[in-house]
Every structure is written in structure tokens, then in C-alpha cells.
Design a protein around this ligand. Structure first.
Ligand code: GLV
Ligand code: MG
Length: 325
């Protein structure tokens, strides 16, 4: 290990993160009864300019009055380039800060953006005498945010997670895409002709680099990487394929922009029984190997070593978190 310790952010189950527009308070009760691990009440892009003020009031009332159980509650504030943002922070934290676990900062571009919100939240928490510290979730969804993702990740002790905001990211980078979080057939590889002259087209994942880059920045700073929205909620298979790709790269959760996507995210982001059993067997085999003075052994014909222990431990820890959550 490096001499540089990586401090882990507050542990929180974050397999599914449900987006609920702040302008639709009639949806709050149903969201509270759902199986989402985290809910973010949105003041940003799901809310029209004329509705911003009312949405803020709805969110404050909802946070204080709805029984959200043990869910982690977040509010997506407006961007730092809007005049809504300061009042989002002041009103929501002052009036509902005790039930608020997280603030989601959209379109974060630089470490100074994080610093500015941190300063405001700290003043309000201190003035109100809150004991709990509100955490930050950052949406990496602009070219600037992706360029500065490393500094953003390390910019505040409040940081908990990074989210890949694929819709705005596509707009910012001018990527060619139509469906939020979907892929584009033009991002493909054409194979060389085989003996009969046939060529195959293999679709690629145009989001691979961005997601992988965000995962590295998050993990290097002890944060959770979370995959963002998948717009076609009538396509559960497409959603699951995107969620599996993100999970394979290291993401531990995905947004649900529709209640039907919650179960899909929870399923994909939870280790399977088979994986948990296998992890348990790896830990047992390594404990036996260690007792016999060996650093690596074979299990089911495959080499396992100390790196396998660390992977297995992560999995067992996640299973425990889910069982207790
Ligand atoms: C989320 O905010 C996105 O832009 O994808
Ligand atoms: Mg966005």
C-alpha cells in the first residue's frame, strides 16, 4: 500500500438513487415507501424556472413532514451559475437541515465550486447548532468537471460520492446521442473481413472512458462512484446492461429516474448469493493458506492471493451492509 492513506467517506448504501422532482410533492409519499436506498429531491433540471420557489418550499415541507424511514435523503440544488442556488442552500439547510443527509451539487466544474458550497453549509450548520454534518454528492456532467474530477474529489471532507450525469455530459462534450445513457450504433468496430469476406459490427460503449475516469477519481479519494440516469424507462434490459457495465467498472449504484428502475438497480448493485458464497470460500482458503505459511493457493483450479482477499472482503462487507440496511 502507499504511505498515503485513503480515508473512506461515510459508509452509506447507495445501490439505487431515486430522482423525485421537487415540484411534484404528490410523489413524495410513494417515494418514501419505495426500496430506493437514497432519494434526491430535485430543485434543478426537473423543475421549470417558474416553479423553483414553490419546489423549494415543497422540498422543505416534505423533508420535515414525510416519514422517509431510514433512507438517505438528498436535495439537488441548482447550479452555482444560477441565482437560485444560494437560496436553495440557505433555506433548505436552515429549515430542513436536520433530516438532510446529502446535498447534490450539479454541474460541478472546479474544486472552488465545492469550497463555496462547503463554506455556506458550514456557516449554516454552525449557526443552527446542528451536530450532524451534511455530505456532498457531485454530478460530474461537464467537460470542465471531468477535467477537474481529481481536484473536485479531494475538495471537501463532506464529499461522499461522484455521479456520472450522462445527459449533461453529452451536451457539454457535444457527444452524439439521443437517448439519455443509451449508446450510439456509430460508436462501433467493424471487423476485418473473414475468409468469406463477411464483416461484423460490434457496438461499443461510448461512455466507458468517462465512467472509468470518474471511478478512479472517486476511489482514489474514498468516494462512491455512482452511475447516473438511463432515460428509456420502458427498456429494463437496456437499463440493466448499462448498470452492469457501470458495476463491472466499480460503480456501486445507479440512478432511478422512474420507480420501476429501483428494483433493477438494487438487483444489479447487490452481490449475488453465488458471489457471497465464493467470497466466503476465498477467505477460508486464504486463512488456511496463511496458517500453513503460504501467500497464494489455488481454489477451484484458479490462483488466489492477498489481492483476492481484499476483493472478497469488500464483497462480504457489502453483503453485511445490505443485510443490515
Ligand atoms: C444528470 O443530471 C444528467 O445530466 O445526466
Ligand atoms: Mg444534469
Amino acid at each position: 500500500m502507499s504511505f498515503h492513506p485513503v480515508e473512506q467517506a461515510t459508509a452509506r448504501l447507495n445501490r439505487s438513487e431515486l430522482a423525485v422532482p421537487g415540484s411534484q410533492p404528490q410523489m413524495f409519499e410513494k417515494a418514501a415507501e419505495s426500496d430506493a436506498d437514497v432519494i434526491f429531491l430535485d430543485l434543478e433540471d426537473a423543475v421549470a424556472p417558474d416553479e423553483k420557489e414553490q419546489a423549494r418550499k415543497n422540498v422543505i415541507k416534505g423533508l420535515n413532514e414525510v416519514d422517509w424511514g431510514n433512507k438517505s435523503m438528498s436535495v439537488r440544488i441548482n447550479g452555482l451559475d444560477t441565482h437560485y442556488m444560494y437560496r436553495d442552500v440557505v433555506d433548505v439547510v436552515e429549515q430542513a437541515g436536520e433530516r438532510l443527509d446529502l446535498i447534490m451539487i450539479p454541474k460541478v466544474g472546479t474544486a472552488a465550486d465545492v469550497y463555496a458550497v462547503d463554506m455556506m453549509v458550514t456557516q449554516i450548520e454552525d449557526a443552527k447548532g446542528y451536530e450532524k454534518r451534511i455530505g456532498f454528492e457531485h454530478i460530474i456532467e461537464t467537460a470542465l468537471g471531468m477535467q477537474n474530477v481529481t481536484e473536485i474529489s479531494a475538495a471537501s471532507k463532506r464529499n461522499e460520492s461522484l455521479h456520472f450525469g450522462v445527459a449533461d455530459y453529452a451536451a457539454s462534450t457535444r457527444a452524439r446521442t439521443t437517448i439519455i445513457g443509451g449508446v450510439n450504433k456509430d460508436y462501433s468496430v467493424l471487423t476485418d473481413p473473414d475468409a468469406d469476406g463477411n464483416r461484423a459490427t460490434h457496438w461499443g460503449d461510448m461512455w466507458h472512458y468517462a465512467l472509468a475516469r470518474m471511478v478512479v477519481a472517486a476511489r482514489a479519494n474514498g468516494l462512491r462512484p455512482i452511475d447516473g440516469p438511463f432515460g428509456d424507462f420502458k427498456d429494463p434490459d437496456g437499463y440493466k446492461a448499462a448498470a452492469y457495465r457501470a458495476a463491472v467498472l466499480g460503480c456501486e449504484g445507479k440512478w432511478a429516474i422512474h420507480p420501476s428502475q429501483i428494483a433493477l438497480a438494487n438487483e444489479v448493485m447487490s452481490p449475488s448469493e453465488e458471489e457471497i458464497t465464493k467470497a466466503g470460500r476465498i477467505l477460508e482458503a486464504m486463512a488456511e493458506a496463511e496458517a500453513a505459511g503460504k501467500g497464494a493457493v489455488s481454489l477451484d483450479g484458479r490462483l488466489i492471493d492477498y489481492a483476492s482477499i481484499r476483493q472478497a472482503e469488500v464483497l462480504v462487507e457489502k453483503a453485511k451492509q445490505i443485510a443490515g440496511g
